[in-house]
Design a protein around this ligand. Structure first.
Ligand code: NAD
Ligand code: UDP
Length: 321
């Protein structure tokens, strides 16, 4: 019997590549659709020989056609780091708006389940702490981050409408800050940036006074949550994140300690509308999915640091003849 097939958009990105790998491990065929805007071929190179794995290079803002049956559409395609979405503002709006509509239509045509990778950014700079799914958020609709936040809010609205009015079997997850191997050293997000700086012996660039907080989740835990949500009988939205909250200064100190780096800290301007606190309320995920993060912060950081060290080594090996 043919294995069931899932479509993973953004499958060559950080989270998407881990998800493609997991779905293959679970016995699914995987069609990865990616434009390589912020993703990298090397993220999926190790999957290309595996039976049932295919890659299509396409922008999901253009109509998406797929031959044959599809069991589920997992829509992750979108720039995700602030540096990336500020560099690609219109592309980000299109991925969240046109891309989501195109993939909902694909799911409808195939009778497939649809899962939207939404974000804690839908809460904006939250006035409620920690953030439950019932909180509607505090987003500046005309600020620089709105291209991402509002695109994802539109994507949630579109997903909800296809669920309510077009009978599509949908899921929405709101992902909180996640880290791990395969993040780009230059994607601008705090953990890869600090690890890269610490390993290079350069100062860690702390934005503002570093008192703002984030709650960071290791990627394997997130993928566990995505798979659980895909198989759950609930449309969501459901928060997926690790409630352990740290200030940015605490993240910097921990990375310096775990890398054994002598790097100093330098203070740089805080991005406009940078949220000051963020922590998921994961009660719903616990009740509904029996899910909560398993990988400790230090353990996840050590795994990520080891990956960055290996990559630096292999890059050096290529550069030095
Ligand atoms: P990423 O930038 O590493 O991956 C995004 C992938 O989408 C890339 O491979 C990129 O090339 C692809 N892509 C972008 N626009 C596209 C388009 N129009 N058509 C086809 N492919 C396109 O980012 P990530 O961290 O892996 O994030 C993946 C998803 O998870 C995103 O939807 C993001 O909003 C969501 N998310 C991630 C986090 C996190 O902390 N990593 C937090 C919240 C939400
Ligand atoms: N940040 C920082 N230095 C950096 C990159 C980010 O201090 O080099 C801060 C950023 O201002 C924010 C936090 O770290 O307060 C998390 O930023 P990130 O871009 O990782 O994620 P997001 O803002 O989307 O939560």
């Amino acid at each position: 019997m043919r294995r069931r097939r899932v479509v993973v958009t953004g499958g060559a990105g950080f989270v998407g590549s881990h998800l493609c790998e997991r779905m293959l491990d679970l016995g699914f065929e995987v069609l990865c659709i990616d434009s390589f805007l912020t993703g990298r071929r090397r993220n999926i190179r190790h999957l290309t020989g595996r039976p049932g794995f295919r890659v299509t290079v396409q922008d999901v803002a253009d109509p998406v056609e797929v031959d044959g049956p599809v069991h589920a559409v997992l829509h992750l395609a979108s720039p995700a780091s602030p540096v990336d979405y500020l560099r690609y503002p219109v592309e980000t709006l299109k991925a969240g708006a046109l891309g989501t509509l195109n993939l909902l239509e694909l799911a409808e045509a195939k009778g497939a389940r649809f899962l939207l990778a939404s974000t804690s950014e839908t809460y904006g700079d939250p006035l409620v702490h920690p953030q439950p799914e019932s909180y509607w958020g505090n987003v500046n609709p005309v600020g620089p981050r709105s291209v991402y936040d509002e695109a994802k809010r539109f994507a949630e609205a579109a997903t909800s409408a296809f669920h309510a009015n077009r009978g599509v079997d949908t899921r929405i997850i709101r992902i909180f800050n996640t880290f791990g191997p395969r993040m780009r050293a230059n994607d601008g997000r705090v953990i890869p940036t600090f690890i890269h700086q610490a390993l290079a012996g350069r100062p860690l660039t702390v934005a503002g006074d570093g008192s703002q907080t984030r709650s960071v989740c290791y990627v394997d835990d997130l993928v566990d949550g995505i798979v659980a949500m895909l198989h759950a009988d609930h449309p969501g939205p459901v928060n997926l994140g690790n409630p352990r909250e740290l200030t940015v200064l605490e993240i910097a100190a921990l990375i310096r300690e775990l890398t054994g780096s002598g790097s100093s800290v330098t203070f740089v301007d805080r991005p406009v509308d940078d949220p000051s606190h963020r922590r998921p309320d994961i009660s719903l995920a616990k009740d509904l999915l029996g899910w909560e993060p398993q990988v400790g912060l230090e353990d996840g950081l050590l795994r990520t640091i080891a990956w960055f060290r290996r990559r630096a080594g292999s890059t050096a090996a290529v550069v030095i003849p």
